[in-house]
Design a protein around this ligand. Structure first.
Ligand code: GDP
Ligand code: MG
Length: 328
């Protein structure tokens, strides 16, 4: 709270989530299109920043919120420009609070990114967006129970209509001011073998006293065990580099022996297992799934038919050719 006061109640909030979960809609409805929106120059991937005032309904206190709309990612590994960009924003710019936007009608897949954010030990609130669809599908979910299990406040939102947005930012401020009764640091449990490896690597990393200020050492340990390319380079800058490399090698070999899969795959599986367990404990059940892909299914049947498929494909190519060269 003192920090917020010193900075005139200004806080930086970053929106992180999968593509198409409604981040930009949330950004627009929260910041209002009339507010200043600037695109960052010099980045290859798209990010927007907007500032708006938020008056806390319960107390009337005013806050200035700088909202950053980050590109959509399914994960925080180092495989794509988006992933690397989001990751560097989270570590270098350190937003005060992260809003993890989740497509609540597709929870299992969306929560994967959430478990990675938990690894990073960031202050976070989850927006269970598209909650209108959850209601329409009659999915069952005790979201309060889920938020306790994940140590992260969760607020149902519909960013198309603005429903739940004020409540979301109240939670953001609660987390920022350490007033949330749900927010706590949890560890995603990856199972005994992986946790043993993580602990060992973490201990070796912790011999470098200075890096704890910037990184969660648990997060770094997980990334090294995964074999993350970007952190390999970082590893070279550490003084006990050799010791780390051999500890990691031994643990990767051990995981391979014990679990018969590579460490990266084992960590992914473990995270999905954790999500599955948490959802079960929160009474999650997908309701009557109204098939939103009916049209797609009909089209697929025709287009991928073994007799019609190829002739149709060449017909479309021919039409495109004619349109381009004859009509064009
Ligand atoms: P982004 O890729 O995360 O930035 O997602 P967008 O904000 O571009 O939204 C993707 C699509 O989902 C758009 O067609 C939105 O209109 C739609 N959408 C966003 N929020 C909601 C919501 O709460 N409910 C529903 N039903 N649709 C939404
Ligand atoms: Mg977007």
């Amino acid at each position: 709270q003192q920090m917020a006061e010193a900075r005139g109640h200004t806080l930086r909030v970053a929106l992180v989530g999968n593509p198409n979960c409604g981040k930009t809609s949330l950004f627009n409805v929260a910041s209002g299109s009339k507010e200043h929106v600037g695109n960052y120059a010099g980045v290859t991937v798209d990010a927007k920043e907007g500032t708006f005032n938020f008056v806390r309904p319960s107390t009337g206190e005013r806050y200035t919120i700088v909202l950053v709309d980050l590109p959509g990612t399914y994960s925080l590994s180092a495989y794509s420009a988006e992933e690397r960009y989001v990751r560097s924003q989270l570590i270098e710019q350190t937003p005060d609070v992260v809003v993890n936007v989740v497509d609540a009608s597709n929870l299992e897949r969306n929560l994967y990114l959430t478990t990675q954010l938990i690894d990073m030990n960031l202050r976070m609130v989850v927006a269970l967006n598209m909650y209108d669809e959850v209601r329409a599908n009659a999915d069952l979910l005790d979201h309060h129970q889920l938020s306790i299990l994940l140590g992260t406040p969760m607020v149902p939102t519909v960013s198309r209509s603005g429903e739940g947005i004020a409540e979301l930012f109240e939670q953001v401020i609660d987390v920022y001011e350490y007033k949330s009764d749900v927010a706590r640091h949890i560890h995603v449990n990856h199972g005994a073998e992986l946790e043993r490896s993580i602990d060992r690597i973490k201990e070796v990393i912790q011999k470098n006293g200075q890096i704890r200020h910037k990184y969660s050492t648990r997060y770094l340990a997980i990334k090294l065990l995964e074999g993350d390319a970007e952190y390999n380079a970082f590893l070279d800058t550490l003084k006990n580099h050799d010791e780390l490399v051999s500890a990691r090698y031994e643990e990767q070999q051990r995981i391979h022996r014990e679990l018969s899969v590579g460490a990266e795959e084992a960590l992914i599986d473990a995270k999905y297992g954790f999500i599955h367990g948490a959802l079960q404990e929160a009474g999650y059940m997908q309701g009557e799934e109204k098939d939103t892909y009916q049209v797609t299914k009909v089209l697929d049947k025709i287009i991928t038919n073994k007799f019609i498929g190829f002739p149709l494909f060449f017909l479309i190519l021919y039409v495109m050719f004619e349109v381009t060269f004859t009509l064009g």
